[in-house]
Design a protein around this ligand. Structure first.
Ligand code: URP
Ligand code: ZN
Ligand code: ZN
Length: 457
């Protein structure tokens, strides 16, 4: 063995047991007792878990007149420090582009910069017969998941025919359609109305994105998925009513799955009323919801009604980016940082608070995303032959999630005063240590593009 992780408590989505892990090259070669190798890492007192998989990031995203502040280098270093070893980002088809052209632009942004492994989804901006054919090429190339924006009228939003055609095609080719589910026409009306009435403070962002508009779009996407028989994954679910629409679809036997994000679990819409424009830090779509919604989302994670936690990591600096909307909420770039804090928050507020087991935690942050997005069994579990992407998790380690203790390239932390218990001690990617004691020690740009398998859920 090149490397042995000794004395750790292995935690997968289904099992917890004490054993050593033997690594040869980039993969797990042996799991057993008393293994020896050229090098050893002592994991006594630590959980040894599969590296986190974040299925929803936006590095270097040009959006609302700005560009999200993390590039693939800074964003993936931050991800690694928080225990995530794989991200799936979104290539977005611009006007007049083929899907392949869009994908190539994003592959170029990531190549040589990403410090952890990465996959890509492709967001469909227009759909004709050629693009439908091209979806098959994407799956063959290892990009089996697609995004449909039902919101952001005038930029990313597409119509229901596009969604319906994408679902039909996805069913044929082993694709998975992901949706941003909000009724973009209704939001557009409300945003314009409120701005025209001079209602321009950050709270009006939330009041222009009502939960009903999310629930309606979720219901619509779920019904279309049911009609086509295609699988559907609803990203960044923020409200109890949207979750009900998803549950209803599942109860009818539709293959519909849902993700939420830590920000919707941690905060409610009162944040938008903080003084000094602080609420702008939380302006994203969907917005934070009235109290009560996050409790429903936590329950959904515990019960299995929600299948994954992503981050929708899309950071903008408070100074120089968020303040573009100082006088008008509709000009505040939408998005929040989160790629580094996902595992610690879900562990602390989910496992430590007794809402679910450490195995369910692994399912939500790693195995579930791997299964849903065509990465299992290479990623997302601890098994012979899998990539040795491992987190040695110290369940006793306390960490304050303040800006100076984090690596994301953004001028604030939404969790400035939050101290969690449970944090990565060591992180490995493909058998190499890339993080030790909150410092990235891996090789710059060593992340690999992951060709994912077709998805049959
Ligand atoms: O506000 C958000 N969520 N920004 C990122 C783009 C998206 O909608 O996922
Ligand atoms: Zn979205
Ligand atoms: Zn997003």
């Amino acid at each position: 063995m090149d490397l042995v992780i000794k004395n750790g408590m292995i935690v997968t989505a289904t099992e917890t047991y004490q054993a050593d892990i033997g690594i040869e090259g980039e993969s797990i070669a042996l799991i057993g007792k008393d293994l020896s190798g050229d090098e050893t890492i002592d994991a006594k007192g630590k959980y040894v878990m599969p590296g986190g998989i974040d299925p929803h990031t936006h590095m270097e995203l040009p959006f609302m007149g700005s560009i999200s502040a993390d590039d693939f280098r800074t964003g993936t270093i931050a991800a690694a420090c928080g225990g995530t070893t794989t991200i799936i980002d979104f290539a977005i088809q611009g006007a007049g582009q083929t899907l392949r052209e869009a994908l190539d632009i994003w592959l170029e942004k990531a190549a040589g910069k990403a410090c952890i492994d990465y996959g890509m989804h492709v967001a469909i901006g227009s759909m004709d017969d050629d693009r439908m054919a091209e979806m098959g090429d994407m799956v063959e190339f290892g990009v089996p998941s697609f995004k449909i924006f039902m919101a952001y009228k005038g930029s990313f939003m597409v119509d229901d025919e596009t969604l319906y055609r994408a679902l039909l095609r996805a069913k044929e080719i082993g694709g998975l359609i992901t949706v941003h589910a909000e009724n973009g026409d209704v939001l557009n009306y409300l945003i314009n109305k409120h701005v025209a009435e001079g209602k321009k403070e950050p709270i009006w962002h939330a009041l222009s994105h009502p939960p009903e508009a999310e629930a309606e779009a979720t219901h619509r996407a779920v019904v279309l998925a049911g009609m086509t028989g295609a699988p559907l994954y609803v990203v960044h679910m923020s409200s109890a009513d949207a979750l009900e629409a998803l549950k209803e679809g599942r109860s009818q036997g539709f293959k519909v799955y849902g993700e939420t994000c830590p920000q919707y679990l941690m905060f409610s819409m009162e944040k938008y009323e903080e003084p000094n424009f602080e609420g702008a830090k939380f302006v994203m779509s969907p917005p934070l919801r009235p109290k009560g919604n996050s409790e429903a989302l936590w329950k959904g994670l515990a019960s299995g009604d929600l299948q994954a936690v992503g981050t929708d990591h899309c950071p903008f600096n408070f100074v120089g980016q968020k303040d573009m909307g100082k006088d008008d909420f509709s000009k505040i770039p939408n998005g929040m940082p989160g790629v580094e804090t996902r595992l610690p928050l879900i562990y602390h507020f989910g496992v430590n608070e007794g809402l679910f087991s450490v195995n369910r935690f692994v399912e939500l942050v790693s195995t579930g995303p791997a299964r849903l997005f065509g990465l299992l069994p290479r990623k997302g579990t601890i098994a012979i032959g899998a990539d040795a992407d491992l987190v040695l998790w110290d369940p006793k380690k306390k960490h304050k999630l303040s800006k100076e203790n984090l690596h994301m390239n953004v001028d604030h932390s939404p969790y400035e005063d939050v101290t969690v218990t449970g944090y990565p001690a060591v992180v490995l990617q493909r058998g190499k240590v890339i993080v030790r004691d909150n410092k990235f020690v891996g090789e710059d740009g060593a992340g690999k593009f992951l060709k994912r398998s077709p998805i049959h859920l």
